[in-house]
Design a protein around this ligand. Structure first.
Ligand SMILES: Nc1ncnc2c1ncn2[C@@H]1O[C@H](COP(=O)(O)OP(=O)(O)OP(=O)(O)O)[C@@H](O)[C@H]1O
Ligand SMILES: [Mg+2]
Length: 443
């Protein structure tokens, strides 16, 4: 009989690297797997084998038919285009209860379990069932909220018995190519040794996938810029175009400095009710080291109290947002800046904020100048939020620093002291026609 009348049963043969990811499936310490791999590695191909196995195990482990098996991608259109045909190849007709539903992209198995292809564009519509197994393809392009608000809770109720042992919780495999330092980086890090106990992550280059000849890689290298090549073919997390503090490098700008008893603290501060933030620097010669941070405090009095409690004996200089001279956070008579002064801090602020561009330029120049020298360092253990914001804040569609993604406040705080102490513009001493009070730089 020809192959046409006798279709293959959908079994696939995996490459060694695909097999490694596959073998970690359904292990307790790998309930959340992340495979971050280069383009054409064979990620979606692996998904076929994973879906087949989930279909078999759902029947074998007596999983409730209310708990479904899903392949998801950023949009339904994309999920259908990329996977629906492959899914029908992977799940042979002899396993199916009837014809696949072409509109909804579902296959019901003889066991009663449902396999579904979904898009995460309208993720609110997905609520309703439980999940036994989930694949998220192109994870870096999916919305984090889809995972956190909808998919993650759907995985948590599934119950099944493996070799007499009751287990609770469906499993997930997130696959994709990186896109800067976004949520895909976070979940990848969760799966690295020493991090989360139920996560396991893998990273392979396109070449390791074995589906692209080396000659193709050489051509790509010749045509692409180094960062894009590393991201797309080597699955490397790169700070991508549009990142504001592009000179920041977590490794090269790393600091092991901490606050010492005699240090003078230079604290940058941004005023936002319920989202007050501050970054604490110490100075070492000509270099600045971010060594502590305060995140999401309620208001200026709460911030003052927190700083005084943590650093009761240090000499403290605060470099705030200049608009705090007008803004009144409590009562009618005190501005934020007067509160800081009354608290006994030395306050260093010009009458207006420097242009945002100047602040960004002086910070990037301190992070790495054209001679390759770095003078601004961040202790990432002590300032995890500041480091993350430096890596992730981008320009919006109007060319302004993005304020929607929540990475703006820490960067505003952390850059006020730098712009004040190390301005790019060389200031001329004012000609004193009428003597005006000068603000002394304070080290
Ligand atoms: N184990 C395998 N055996 C045979 N062919 C494979 C295997 N793995 C992948 N391929 C083939 O390699 C090509 C790339 O695979 P796939 O589409 O799964 O890669 P991908 O990593 O998802 O790519 P992209 O980055 O474009 O999403 C496809 O033609 C696929 O059929
Ligand atoms: Mg793919």
């Amino acid at each position: 009989m020809s192959q046409f009348f006798n279709p293959p049963d959908g079994a696939v043969k995996l490459t060694p690297k695909q097999a490694n990811i596959y073998l970690w499936g359904w292990q307790k310490n790998a309930r959340f797997r992340d495979a971050v791999c280069g383009r054409r590695f064979g990620k979606t191909f692996l998904a076929k084998a994973e879906m087949r196995r989930a279909a078999r195990l759902a029947a074998k482990w007596n999983v409730s038919v209310e708990d479904e098996i899903w392949y998801s991608a950023p949009t339904f259109k994309q999920a259908k285009r990329v996977f629906w045909k492959r899914l029908k190849q992977a799940i042979p007709p002899s396993w199916r209860a009837g014809k696949p539903n072409e509109t909804e992209c579902t296959i019901t198995l003889k066991s009663g379990h449902v396999i579904r292809v979904v898009g995460l564009d309208n993720y609110d519509d997905l609520r309703g069932s439980g999940l036994f197994f989930l694949i998220i393809d192109e994870w870096a392009d999916c919305k984090w909220a889809a995972w956190e608000e909808v998919l993650r809770p759907m995985l948590s109720t599934c119950k099944y018995i493996v070799n007499g042992e009751q287990r609770v919780g469906g499993h997930v495999l997130r696959i994709g190519t990186p896109k800067g330092f976004n949520h895909c980086y976070d979940t990848f890090m969760d799966g690295q040794p020493g991090h989360e106990p139920d996560c396991r992550s893998f990273s392979y280059t396109s070449l390791q996938g074995g589906n692209i000849p080396e000659s193709e890689i050489i051509v790509a290298k010749r045509k692409m810029d180094p960062k894009t090549f590393s991201q797309e073919y080597e699955a490397s997390f790169e700070s991508y175009q549009g990142v504001i503090y592009y000179c920041y490098n977590r490794v090269l700008n790393a600091s092991t400095e901490t606050v010492q008893p005699n240090d003078t603290l230079h604290i940058g501060m941004d005023f936002n009710v319920t989202k007050m933030s501050a970054v604490v620097y110490v100075r070492r010669g000509d270099t600045m080291h971010a060594v502590d941070e305060f995140v999401d405090l309620f208001d200026t009095p709460a911030m003052i109290e927190a700083i005084k409690e943590r650093y009761p004996k240090h000499s403290i200089g605060v470099y705030p947002d200049a608009s705090g001279d007008n803004r009144k956070s409590v009562g009618a008579s005190y501005t934020d800046i007067s509160l800081l002064k009354n608290a006994g801090f030395n306050v260093f602020v010009n009458t207006t904020n420097p242009a945002v561009k100047d602040r960004i330029n002086s910070t990037n120049g301190m992070l790495c100048n054209t001679l390759g020298s770095r003078r601004l360092f961040v202790n990432t253990d002590k300032c995890p939020r500041f480091a993350k914001c430096l890596e992730r804040q981008i320009y919006d569609d109007h060319g302004q620093p993005d304020k929607k993604a929540g990475f703006d406040h820490m960067n505003d705080s952390g850059t006020y002291p730098i712009a004040y102490l190390f301005p790019i513009k060389i200031k001329q001493d004012p000609i004193e026609i009428n003597p005006i009070p000068t603000i002394n730089r304070w080290n």
